[in-house]
Structures are given as C-alpha cells and as structure tokens.
Design a protein around this ligand. Structure first.
Ligand SMILES: Nc1nc2c(ncn2[C@@H]2O[C@H](COP(=O)(O)OP(=O)(O)O)[C@@H](O)[C@H]2O)c(=O)[nH]1
Ligand SMILES: Nc1ncnc2c1ncn2[C@@H]1O[C@H](COP(=O)(O)OP(=O)(O)O)[C@@H](O)[C@H]1O
Length: 393
C-alpha cells in the first residue's frame, strides 16, 4: 500500500464542476481522482486513490512522462486503464492513458511493494516494425547500419543504447551510445525505463523505451544493434520487431576484422572472440532470428539487407488517421463511450449544427502501452449526431 495522503484539497483538484466529476473514476472499491496540483507555480498532475474499504487516501507512484497539465476530461476504458483527453493542446498530443492495472503496472507494483499507476501517450496509427540486428563483435553490424542510415536518413533511425563501457575515440555521447554510470543505469532499469538490458563483454548495455519510441515518433523505422541476449528479451517483450543475425564468413575473418578495427586491447579482443562462439551457437535458437545474413562481401551483404527490409511492407507508416489537421489546437471533452469507441465533443461549437465537432476515437486495435506509447489509435470525425447516437445504442 502507498503512503497516506496528508491532506486532500478538493479546491486544488477542481477544474470546474463538470471536470471534477469526470475525473473521479470509480473502479471497484477504488476511486481514482485525477487532478492537478500547483506547486511552486508549476502545474502538474496529482493522482490520488480513495480506498473505499479502508476509507484512506493513497498517493501512488506515478510512472511515465505525464501529459501537459492543461484542462482535461477522463473516462474508464476497462479495468486496466483510464482515457484522459487534454484540452488546449494539439489533437496529436491530447490523448493519454492512465494505466491503473495493466501487466506493466502490476509488475511495478510488485517490485515497489506500493501502489503504482503509469501514463502512456496515445499515438495515431501504427508504426513499421523495428529491426533488431545482432551478431558477434566485429562482424560488421555497425558498418551495415551506418550505410543504411546514410542512404535513407529519413527512413531509418538508430536506437541509441545506454552503456557503461568507455567511449571509443570517435564515439559521441548521445549519438553512438548514451555513456552512463552503472548505478544510475541500474536505477533506471529498476524503474522500468528499459525495454531490455544485458551484460556484454563485461559491461552493462541496454535499450531504453525512449530510445525506440523517439525514433518511431519521428516517423522513422527504428534499428537496434543489440546482442543475442537483448534480442531474446525483445522477442519476449510486447515490441513486435524483425530479427536479423549477421554472421561472419569464417571465424578467422571475424578475428581479422576485430584486430583491423583497432579499437580493443588484446585482452578485450580475446573476450569478444570467446563470446562470439557462444553468440554464433545461439543464432540457431528456434524462433529467435527471422533472417541470417552472411557478411562476406560488404556490398553484397548490404544489398541483401535492403532486400529483406523492403520486403516487409505489412505495416504502413501510418494508417487509420482520418483527421486532417492533428496539429490544430484541440478542445474536446469526452461525451460517451461504446465497447470500442469514445466520442469526443468540441467545446467551441454547437454539436448538432456543426457535425465536425464530434470525433470518434477508435480503441479497438491498440498496441504497446506503458512504459512506452500506446499506438494504433484511430480518430475520425462523425458526420452526424445520429451516427454517434447509433454507435452508443
Ligand atoms: N542487449 C544489448 N546489447 C547491446 C546494446 N547496445 C549494444 N549492444 C551489443 O553489445 C555488444 C558490444 O557492443 P560495442 O561495445 O559497441 O562493441 P562492438 O560490437 O564490438 O562494436 C554488441 O554485440 C552490441 O550489439 C543494447 O542496448 N542492449
Ligand atoms: N564485409 C566486410 N569485409 C571486410 N571488412 C568489413 C566488412 N564489414 C565490416 N568490416 C570491417 O570490420 C570491422 C568491424 O566492423 P563493425 O561494423 O565495427 O562491426 P560490429 O559493429 O559488428 O562490431 C570494421 O573495421 C569494418 O570496417
């Protein structure tokens, strides 16, 4: 259980009587109150839970980046999450989910031993599947990825991992890696900020959720250069990706490349070669990698990589977004909901006369969620109030 709230100031949470009512969401024996608090002139969301059985207020740990703290309305989607619609921001930024009992929240509650909720931003459309590239050190992963990014700078984006290893001479912090201290990185991992992490060649490496989401937010396809353990973790996660393993033409050639690169000491080279044998063995694990690429001739291998990537067109960049101008300032509040849709009503026009003032948010094919974004949202305008009412009936 979380700590007891010292005081509960209704006046700080009220945003107008209507909002106040909407923001007290009853879920079983608990009432979630989503309001805002003004501390030091900075406005932020305040979330409190009233446990009806014990009649106590609980202040949960709130994970995830929170919505811009404007005015909002809220509605319970199912026993796992609450939809929060922000007003006065662009429509693209207005849909948020407060997760109260999703698998991620349950896991975090267990780890922390106290009440937890988590924000996840709703994003229109689905993204192209990220590409996971694994293979032994020195096989040419970085070289292949660099070629891809150079040829298609607007199509692909690199997931910048965190690592505790020291930077090499030409490596730039925030570009090749986020070079991190071990204790800070371990802390962030324990807070659920990482999609995966692994100990590789004596150092800690990991992919933060933000590393992948920020690339996807730019409308680019995300490329992850991670080891086999990391690939296994991503396979087991909710992130749907394509998994490619890059093999050397021979072990001798791998050793030659590692030495020729000249970035490691002899001791580090020996460690990487030992690990390479294990990684090559694991590349055959059933169901782990979708494709094996042999990097013998670099140009030929690069062409094969391009073929693999263009073949996968089962996910288009974005679909199902029928809103012409998602950047326009939105001022919608939640009107009602069906099983799979939530209807939003503009606060700036008359609903019946101006039909475009009604929007339907289709929640039927959501993917992802906290600790990342919630994708797969579809929003369309409703032609008439009748359509909307039909949907509700
Ligand atoms: N699991 C995991 N592995 C990573 C990550 N970033 C890099 N690696 C892997 O760590 C290993 C060592 O990477 P690095 O130190 O850059 O050396 P290099 O592979 O010899 O260039 C490689 O197998 C990378 O694929 C990450 O975020 N997670
Ligand atoms: N097909 C290839 N033939 C010869 N050398 C290669 C080939 N691909 C990469 N290299 C070289 O091998 C070294 C290791 O490549 P790198 O991309 O750093 O590997 P990784 O990222 O897998 O550790 C680099 O010096 C690179 O220039």
């Amino acid at each position: 259980q979380g700590e007891e709230a010292p005081e509960f100031r209704v006046d700080r949470i009220t945003l107008g009587s209507k909002d106040c009512q909407e923001n007290a969401i009853v879920v079983g024996d608990k009432t979630y109150v989503i309001g805002r608090t003004d501390d030091d002139s900075k406005s932020s969301f305040g979330i409190k839970i009233l446990d009806k059985l014990t009649q106590t207020w609980i202040v949960p740990t709130v994970l995830g980046a929170q919505p811009p703290s404007k005015s909002h309305s809220a509605i319970l989607i199912n026993e796992e999450k609450i939809l929060v619609v922000e007003k006065g921001v662009s429509l693209n930024d207005s849909i948020w989910f407060l997760e109260i009992d999703t698998p991620f929240v349950k896991q975090q509650r267990k780890i922390k031993g106290s009440e937890v909720v988590s924000w996840s931003k709703g994003v229109l459309g689905v993204a192209q599947k990220p590409v996971v590239i694994s293979g032994p050190s020195g096989v040419g992963k970085g070289t292949l990825i660099a070629k891809l990014m150079k040829e298609y700078p607007s199509k692909f984006g690199f997931s910048v991992s965190h690592t505790t290893r020291s930077p090499r001479v030409k490596e730039i912090d925030g570009v090749h890696y986020h070079f991190a201290g071990r204790s800070k990185m371990e802390q962030d991992i324990s807070e659920g900020e990482f999609l995966e992490f692994a100990h590789v060649h004596g150092n800690l490496y990991g992919t933060s959720i933000e590393a992948v989401e920020s690339v996807t937010d730019e409308g680019k396809r995300c490329i992850l250069d991670i080891d086999v353990q990391g690939a296994r973790s991503v396979r087991a996660s909710s992130l749907e990706a394509i998994f490619i393993f890059v093999c050397p033409p021979s072990f001798e050639e791998l050793e030659k490349r590692l030495r020729a690169r000249g970035t490691e000491t002899e001791e580090q080279i020996q460690k990487r070669l030992r690990n390479a044998r294990a990684e090559l063995d694991q590349s055959n694990s059933p169901g782990l990698f979708d494709h094996l690429l042999v990097n013998d001739n670099l140009e030929a291998c690069y062409e094969n990589l391009k073929k693999l990537l263009s073949l996968d067109d089962d996910h288009k960049d974005s679909d199902g977004c029928f809103i012409e101008d998602g950047k326009a300032t939105a001022c919608y509040s939640i009107m009602s909901k069906t099983e799979s849709e939530v209807f939003l009503q503009s606060e700036t026009g008359e609903v019946v006369k101006a039909a475009a003032n009604l929007l339907a948010v289709d929640l039927s094919s959501l993917t992802g969620g906290a600790p990342g974004r919630t994708r797969g949202l579809k929003i369309h305008s409703i032609n008439s109030i009748d359509n909307c009412l039909k949907g509700i009936r």
